[in-house]
Write a new protein. Structure first.
Length: 281
């Protein structure tokens, strides 16, 4: 375990363990699983403003992609001028090239603490007792390729988690493609139109390629997007991680991925307050 996460992981462990103890008289052997689900949802609720701001940044990037592409083409041999024009465009739109990256980076430490808690055999130099609990008779600390084996009853529980995780990722990628296409089709406001000499490329924003997002896939465009196939595959790396992680970590990834899908659907509904990142630009 990374030393910088030692103290927060230890604190999270004591909290989740205490919560598991509270749930045990009611849920019995499922108390630890319920605690993992409840704590994961609670953490994601706390991080919702950052998640919505990241989605807003992705939508802004999709909407501005045609104009950015036109600027890159026009000033391909003038890198300094290109940077100035791009900075001016981002300023007019009230966003930046890091609008979708910064919120993710701010969430990363807390999400990493949660993942480390559910995959570490030891916490604070002592056994992680959360992993001694089970789901349908399968210890939360067990791995798919160890113990009874991948084709056993234990293996079927793991395969169920993997299948659900892959399905949620597919839905999330599909929804991201729809959101990207929707955002790219939104015309830029009149106040933020570039000077007349560069308006022509911006008249058909829905035809330009959207900015690739490693965590959400890409929209379909007439012209192939460099690296597009790789970008579509990247989200499924979460399943690969789950293949080699303890069952507890797999459950955490499943719940977190499902919550991300809920956030995307809610953000797309347009009912997210502006202070939480519910507006474009």
């Amino acid at each position: 375990m990374l030393s910088i996460f030692g103290v927060p992981v230890d604190a999270a462990y004591h909290f989740v363990s205490g919560f598991t103890g509270i749930l045990t008289p009611v849920l019995g052997g499922l108390a630890a699983v319920a605690a993992i689900i409840a704590v994961t949802v609670a953490v994601r609720i706390i991080l919702m403003p950052l998640s919505f701001r990241a989605l807003r940044g992705q939508a802004a990037a999709a909407r501005l992609a045609p104009q950015l592409q036109a600027l890159r083409k026009r000033y391909a041999r003038q890198p300094e001028r290109l940077q100035r024009e791009m900075a001016a465009l981002y300023k007019r739109e009230g966003t930046s090239m890091f609008a979708s990256i910064t919120p993710f980076l701010l969430q990363w430490p807390l999400l990493s603490v949660m993942y480390l808690l559910f995959r570490s055999a030891q916490v604070g130099g002592k056994p992680n007792t959360l992993l001694t609990h089970n789901l349908l008779g399968v210890p939360l600390g067990s791995h798919w390729l160890t113990g009874a084996g991948p084709v056993s009853g234990q293996g079927l529980v793991f395969l169920g988690v993997f299948a659900l995780l892959a399905g949620l990722i597919w839905l999330s990628v599909r929804l991201s493609q729809l959101m990207t296409a929707q955002a790219a089709a939104i015309p830029a406001p009149a106040r933020s139109q570039p000077p007349a000499r560069s308006q022509a490329p911006a008249r058909s924003p829905a035809r330009g390629p959207a900015k690739a997002q490693a965590a959400s896939g890409t929209m379909t465009t007439p012209a192939p997007v460099p690296g597009g196939a790789l970008v579509k595959v990247l989200p499924y790396l979460t399943v690969v991680i789950a293949l080699f992680a303890p069952l507890a970590a797999g459950i955490y990834l499943l719940v977190s991925t499902g919550w991300s899908l809920v956030e995307r659907r809610f953000w797309r509904s347009g009912r997210v307050p502006g202070w939480m990142g519910g507006t474009l630009g």
